[in-house]
Design a protein around this ligand. Structure first.
Ligand SMILES: NC(=O)c1ccc[n+]([C@@H]2O[C@H](COP(=O)([O-])OP(=O)(O)OC[C@H]3O[C@@H](n4cnc5c(N)ncnc54)[C@H](OP(=O)(O)O)[C@@H]3O)[C@@H](O)[C@H]2O)c1
Length: 297
């Protein structure tokens, strides 16, 4: 009897939950879940659940050979310069005879660091300036070495800010935190478009290749938050010179305001052949504003 196509999902969070909705029928999903209370939702999606924790190597013993395709979406831990979670997963997947054939790693565009608003291609050398960016770069390098050593087909997805209608940073606006008056270029992707790319990247494009998964918005940080504020009738954030704005917000928030860059998406369109369902943040916010108006009318 023919075995069903199997996919191991690691980092079984919000994007992964969206992504399995876009799988063709007949793909059996195995979700690696660390909190037992998250298991029922994955079973309700039709997945088999393996309880394991990327922070505990022994718990990963059973995952070798489970599936020929693997998606890795778990972030590195909050400290250090490496990604021990990717390291443990790679070690666990390399055990035994049946290695995965294809792996997609979801990382971030934070590996580029600040580029002063310049356009960035996937082939540009990474220059992370934060611990978060450095850990992400370490993870990418780990997966490249793993793929080269074992002959595994690898796609690296570099995601910018992920948003959706129910995933918007309204709390930041409510706190009244200032924004820089200088242009700080940001990049976005709708969570459903990123989710759809996961399947495409499993089979399209070339191995050992990185892809920016970014839409066509072209907004500065200030423009993004001002449109958000208008959509939800929230006060416009105060504008300050960059240095003053940085000093007025928590360090984690400030670190995002320090990095300005624009991501090319040629590979995403030409090689993965993604047709964005949500090409711009402005379009999604305009549709939300319309919905709010018609509800209120
Ligand atoms: N937020 C953004 O704008 C942004 C931008 C670029 C890239 N990303 C990255 O894109 C990826 C997907 O995003 P998302 O929104 O789907 O994130 P998410 O909902 O936080 O999902 C990440 C999943 O990884 C799991 N995980 C974390 N540590 C683990 C461990 N030690 N063992 C097993 N599982 C572990 C989490 O499990 P629990 O549910 O138990 O916590 C969670 O389910 C993440 O790596 C995220 O950091 C995010």
């Amino acid at each position: 009897m023919k075995r069903r196509a199997r996919l191991l999902v690691v980092g079984a969070g919000e994007v992964a939950a969206r992504a399995v909705r876009f799988l063709p029928k007949g793909v059996a999903v195995i979700a690696l879940v660390r909190r037992p209370e998250a298991a029922p939702a994955w079973r309700a999606r039709g997945a088999k659940v393996v309880l394991a924790d990327l922070d505990d190597q022994r718990s990963l013993r059973r995952i070798a050979g489970l599936a020929p395709w693997v998606w890795m979406l778990a972030p590195p831990p909050g400290e250090g310069m490496d990604d021990p979670r990717s390291k443990r997963l790679a070690a666990a997947l390399a055990r035994g005879g049946r290695r995965p054939r294809r792996l997609v790693y979801v990382g971030t565009s934070g590996i580029y660091g600040d580029r002063g608003g310049a356009w960035v291609r996937e082939s540009d050398p990474p220059r992370p300036q934060t611990g978060r960016g450095k850990r992400r770069l370490a993870a990418e390098r780990r997966w490249r070495a793993f793929a080269r050593r074992l002959g595994v087909w690898l796609a690296i997805l570099r995601a910018p800010g992920i948003y959706a209608e129910d995933r918007l940073p309204l709390e930041r606006l409510r706190r009244g935190w200032p924004l820089p008056q200088e242009p700080v270029w940001t990049n976005h992707i709708h969570a459903d478009d990123l989710a759809r790319v996961l399947w495409l990247a499993t089979f399209r494009g070339a191995s050992l290749r990185a892809y920016h998964v970014v839409d066509q918005s072209g907004l500065t940080l200030r423009e993004f938050y001002e449109r958000l504020a208008e959509t939800f009738d929230l006060p416009l954030p105060p504008r300050l010179p960059l240095a003053e704005a940085l000093a007025a917000v928590p360090p984690a928030v400030a670190s995002f305001m320090r990095e300005s860059r624009r991501l090319h998406s040629t590979r995403l369109r030409a090689e993965l052949r993604l047709r964005l369902r949500h090409p711009t943040v402005e379009g999604v916010l305009a549709a939300l504003a319309h919905r709010r108006e018609t509800k209120g009318a």
